[in-house]
Design a binder for this molecule. Structure first.
Ligand SMILES: Nc1ncnc2c1ncn2[C@@H]1O[C@H](COP(=O)(O)OP(=O)(O)OP(=O)(O)O)[C@@H](O)[C@H]1O
Ligand SMILES: [Mg+2]
Length: 359
């Protein structure tokens, strides 16, 4: 488990300070695929780089199971084990970084070294024999499905293959945690999918905890189980992925969820006056959310018959989030005012959440 409390990191540039991480408290459980999403400059990379102390936080604590609690105080770092803090030493950092691997958007491979040598690189400075290194690298090549690329150079690989090499290298020391900073942002959709599938497989097969930075909700939806949304250095919302998709609270989270399910388009349709969103007694534009159940067409026609109202579907979207269905339908509901009210009440009684789309 990685428990971060009240973490702070500020950069001072030209008498101007940027509060990159502002009072962040999050808990990453063992075996999580923990997504961190936010727009450019939100502080995602800085937060994640504090976990392996590539960035030094000024205040707050990071408690890492099996390592100890690192306390940042006025920019100095202390390591607390058994209740006794002492300054954090370089050798502590070396130990920590063996248990936390990291991959990046642009792979950071050594261009002049073969795939084999890239993966072997972190092992060279440890007490391994040549034979042990060869065996380990072969094992890693198999794990990332690149056995046939062992002796080629990075320039001879596709983006997805390069990221596989980077993943193998990051896993060379058998870390418990893998930090991924926009690991799929430079890849085409097919390569993105195959890397995400590989990460999920490693998570399940090795019990690897993964912290995944992205600005795409689709990536979160594909593999994460928990997500934290960052804005201006703060984590403004976090929770289980399904819950965040079903009930986003903050406007930034709604926007991210909207980009992944097409419902964001409805606001544009309304803004463009393609859809009349002004509610009247007789007509309402509403969003129905079917949580943990498939979208039920029968409900729509039943309501229409039972209450003698018209329900026309403007936009519908059914997603599988964490293998559980989540349906959103935007409908225009019209009819006699009393019947419209009764229909809304009935829909809610059926366990479907109702929201007005606008105004
Ligand atoms: N080394 C640095 N020196 C000065 N300012 C920095 C440094 N690193 C980050 N910042 C600033 O801190 C803020 C957060 O940056 P960070 O890189 O963590 O954002 P991000 O969410 O990862 O963005 P992106 O999606 O573009 O990668 C930004 O305003 C950035 O300009
Ligand atoms: Mg970043």
């Amino acid at each position: 488990m990685i428990e971060i409390k009240n973490l702070e990191k500020t950069y001072d540039i030209n008498n101007h300070s940027v509060h990159a991480v502002n009072d962040v408290s999050i808990t990453i459980n063992d075996g999580d695929i923990y997504g961190v999403i936010g727009y450019s400059g939100a502080g995602k990379s800085t937060l994640v780089r504090c976990i392996n102390f590539l960035e030094r936080p000024e205040a707050g604590t990071i408690n890492i199971s099996g390592f100890g609690k690192v306390i940042a105080n006025a920019g100095r770092l202390y390591l607390e084990r058994d209740g006794k803090p002492r300054p954090l030493l370089d050798k502590d950092l070396r130990t920590l970084r063996k248990s936390i691997g990291m991959i990046f958007q642009h792979f950071n491979l050594l261009d002049r070294s073969t795939v084999f040598d890239n993966i072997a690189y972190p092992l060279k400075y440890r007490n391994y024999t040549k034979n042990e290194i060869r065996n380990r690298v072969n094992e890693l090549l198999k794990l990332v499905d690149l056995e046939d690329k062992r002796d080629v150079y990075p320039s001879q690989l596709s983006g997805g293959q390069k990221q596989r090499v980077a993943i193998a290298r990051a896993l060379a020391d058998s870390p418990k945690v893998l930090l991924c900073d926009e690991a799929t942002s430079a890849l085409d959709p097919d390569a993105t999918e195959s890397i995400l599938r590989l990460l999920k497989e490693l998570n399940q097969k090795l019990g690897l905890t993964i912290v995944l930075i992205t600005h795409e909700m689709a990536v979160i939806k594909e593999i994460a189980n928990h997500v934290a949304v960052m804005e201006n250095g703060r984590v403004v919302e976090d929770g289980e992925v399904y819950d965040i998709f079903a009930s986003p609270e903050r406007s930034i989270t709604k926007r991210f969820v909207g980009t992944s399910n097409g419902l964001g388009k409805i606001s544009k349709l309304i803004d463009d006056k393609a859809v009349d969103a002004v509610p009247t007694d007789r007509k309402k534009l509403i969003k129905l959310t079917f949580i943990r159940s498939s979208v039920n067409d029968a409900l729509i026609s039943r309501v229409s018959r039972k209450f003698d109202v018209d329900l026309s579907i403007v936009l519908a979207n059914v997603d599988l989030v964490e293998d559980t269905p989540l349906g959103n339908i935007i409908v225009e509901l019209s009819g006699e005012a009393e019947r419209v009210e009764a229909a809304l009440k009935y829909i809610e009684e059926c366990g479907v959440r109702i929201e007005g789309v606008k105004r």
